[in-house]
Design a protein around this ligand. Structure first.
Ligand code: SF4
Length: 301
């Protein structure tokens, strides 16, 4: 049975269960917009990523792929230990923020210059990622689509607007407290899934961002990022909502917003995932817990 068929069967069973227990109702609509946090700020590139491309210290120019970036070979800062996360992990000290900013700028510059895989030939703009330098959550998608390819920014089309709504519904905002990136930084033609060799070439950029940002939590959207990071072939319908771990960081898979745009009946499951993320973050960060206290009370989180 394909993943699509499994999802269809799950929807049928869910509808049938609801009919048997409470009678028929119109499916609930989850627009992720009934929240008590401040309204959506205008989403603009973070200052660390929105400026002119900086020269990459390790790039020897196009064609010099062996030296494409001096940190591609795994010299990134160590990630947090498994035992230290999810239990009130301290965020980076102020002094670490400048290092984070410099590292993110360098990764972005490397990505914009990168010719490590064939996707460099078809991209309009590479999409390094954007967001806060001290994120509560790192949101990870698959790769750029047409809108992202044109703009050089992640999640800016209809799916991006829904993602922003989803995040705002639990007090997260790419301008303030989360970072958004993809596992693949250039658009695969026709939005096809990235090839294994493309993923292998690109993943070190993501790893460097992860090491610099040191987020307390990772939220993956869609099947490709969770498949890439966890090496699983399990479908997203089964994976979503179940906490995993990547490099010692708690990771929660959920549906991709473009899937939710195609099938609104799945939004209630994504909302359950967002509530779980919200609860986890409230247990990690007292500031977030205080800021979202009213929101969580009002929404029963
Ligand atoms: Fe380089 Fe990644 Fe773009 Fe391939 S997808 S060219 S590895 S930045």
């Amino acid at each position: 049975m394909t993943e699509e068929q499994q999802a269809g069967l799950a929807r049928f069973l869910d509808t049938a269960y609801g009919f048997l227990t409470t009678g028929y109702k119109e499916p609930a609509r989850y627009n992720f917009d009934v929240c008590n946090v401040s309204p959506a700020a205008e989403v603009v590139p973070g200052p660390e990523l929105g400026g002119s491309p900086q020269p990459c210290a390790g790039v020897g120019g196009r064609g010099d792929d062996a030296a494409v970036c001096r940190k591609m070979s795994g010299n990134s800062a160590p990630l947090m230990e498994e035992s230290s996360v999810g239990n009130g992990t301290p965020l980076p000290a102020e002094s670490a923020v400048e290092n984070t900013m410099a590292e993110l700028e360098e990764v972005a510059a490397c990505v914009r210059e990168c010719t490590l895989c064939g996707l460099c030939a078809t991209r309009i703009k590479a999409v390094p990622g954007e967001g806060a330098q001290r994120p509560l959550a790192l949101v990870v998608g698959e790769g750029p689509g047409a809108d992202e390819d044109s703009s050089g920014r992640p999640f800016v089309g209809a799916a991006g607007r829904l993602l922003d709504q989803m995040l705002l519904s639990i007090g997260l905002d790419r301008n303030r407290n989360c970072f958004i990136a993809n596992v693949i930084k250039c658009r695969p033609p026709g939005n096809r899934d990235p090839l294994p060799e493309e993923t292998a070439a690109c993943l070190p950029f993501f790893e460097r961002q992860l090491a610099a940002l040191r987020p307390p939590v990772i939220l993956t959207v869609g099947k490709v990022p969770v498949k890439t990071l966890l090496g699983t072939d399990e479908g997203i319908t089964r994976l979503r909502g179940n906490w995993k771990s990547y490099r010692g960081i708690p990771l929660l898979p959920t549906f991709h917003p473009s899937y939710l745009l195609r099938d609104e009946s799945q939004k209630k499951f994504a909302w359950e995932d967002l509530k779980a993320l919200c609860r986890r973050l409230a247990g990690i960060d007292p500031g977030y817990a205080a800021e979202t206290a009213e929101l969580r009370r009002a929404r029963g989180i």
